[in-house]
Design a binder for this molecule. Structure first.
Ligand code: AMP
Ligand code: MG
Length: 351
């Protein structure tokens, strides 16, 4: 008798434990499956956020709030942004800015140095002349381009670190952080998602992508590299990444056609005209999107050897460059597990 009741108590305990485990698996499985997705228009582009997790919806709403906040602080199209305020005081006054605005401008100047001036946040007088971002682009007169070129010089950005103050040395100079702010914004969204315990998400800010964690099933995110000669959605190859930023600057992103000639939105600070380098698509793979954004815009302008050399020298950062002759150059950190060339019209060249 004693033995039988001992066995039945044991059985009961085992049944309860197994039951609890099953309930736990059921609940946690359900939790993980919660998915939320939203699109919006902010930072001058269409953004798409997709997240998996219990608090996915809340996290996405908070992220969009933050994106609007960044736009309000850093847009050149908003009169009250810190960037506009710095620009309106160029040559005579220093402006107190928010910590995040200071960080973005400081990073932009750092990348200007690394990229030997190909990237330059004081590019605004030229961007304005070409009317980029305002949807009324024009080909400016040569004389006006020459005049605007005189104001472009990242060495004239005066940074007062201890007080978070910024000033432009000369009148008519102006900042434009459009080439780096989306990267910063993607990092901010990632950090908000972490706070809400999101372990899997795709943050797409107008092609500036952060693939957070892995896909919900644990496999890497697959990011297509746009074929720069074709319409959107046609890919040259596929990148498989976990927890990485993938940022591409390309001639197909923003452009206009005048008299049969195509003018895109990345201006070479040496010439004042849209970059004429052989690179027509520059993708940077990095841990932080701010790095990818700054580097992709600048590397796009430089010649291929120089861009490859600069990226190789930076630890933890890799690149895929496509040139107009349909060659695809990859840095040494990109192997077959990470990038597969899918379009046979393109030729792979490893650095
Ligand atoms: P992205 O799409 O990140 O390559 O950045 C392009 C945007 O950066 C343009 O729309 C301009 O606002 C700005 N931009 C254009 N040329 C440059 C340049 N040489 N350096 C820094 N920013 C630039
Ligand atoms: Mg950029």
């Amino acid at each position: 008798m004693i033995n039988i009741s001992a066995i039945s108590i044991q059985l009961l305990i085992i049944t309860i434990i197994v039951g609890m485990i099953l309930i736990f698996i059921f609940i946690s499985g359900k939790r993980e499956k919660i998915e939320a997705a939203k699109s919006s228009y902010v930072l001058g582009t269409v953004i798409n956020l997709k997240a998996f997790g219990n608090k996915a919806e809340k996290a996405i709403n908070k992220a969009i709030e933050r994106l609007n906040n960044i736009d309000n602080k850093m847009s050149v199209f908003k009169e009250k942004s810190y960037i506009s305020k710095i620009n309106s005081k160029a040559g005579f006054g220093i402006e107190s800015v928010s910590k995040d605005t200071y960080f973005v401008v400081k990073k932009a100047v750092e990348y200007s140095r690394i990229l030997e001036g190909a990237f330059d946040p004081t590019i605004r007088p030229l961007v304005k002349l070409w009317n980029i971002g305002a949807n009324k682009e024009i080909v400016p007169e040569k004389l006006k381009i020459e005049e605007a070129l005189r104001y472009v010089n990242y060495n004239d950005v005066i940074l007062d670190e201890s007080n978070h103050k910024i000033m432009l040395k000369n009148k008519n100079q102006a900042l434009d952080v459009g080439g780096i702010a989306k990267g910063f914004a993607a990092d901010e969204v990632r950090d908000i998602f972490y706070k809400y315990n999101i372990k899997s998400a795709l943050i797409d800010l107008g092609g500036n992508i952060f693939a957070l964690g892995s896909k919900e099933d644990g496999t890497p995110w697959r990011i297509g590299i746009q074929n720069p000669f074709e319409s959107r959605g046609e890919f040259v190859g596929i990148l498989s990444v976990k927890n990485k930023s993938v940022v591409t600057s390309g001639n197909y992103e923003r452009y206009f056609i005048k008299d049969g000639e195509r003018f895109h939105h990345i201006i070479d600070p040496q010439t004042g005209y849209p970059s004429q380098s052989k690179i027509i698509s520059a993708t940077i793979i990095s841990d932080n999107s701010i790095d990818g954004d700054g580097l992709s815009t600048g590397a796009y302008i430089l010649d291929i050897d120089k861009s490859l050399k600069i990226i190789e020298e930076i630890e933890g950062i890799d690149a895929i460059f496509i040139t107009e002759d349909k060659n695809v150059y990859t840095t040494s950190g990109i192997d077959k597990n990470i990038f597969t060339l899918t379009d046979e019209e393109f030729t792979s060249v490893n650095s």
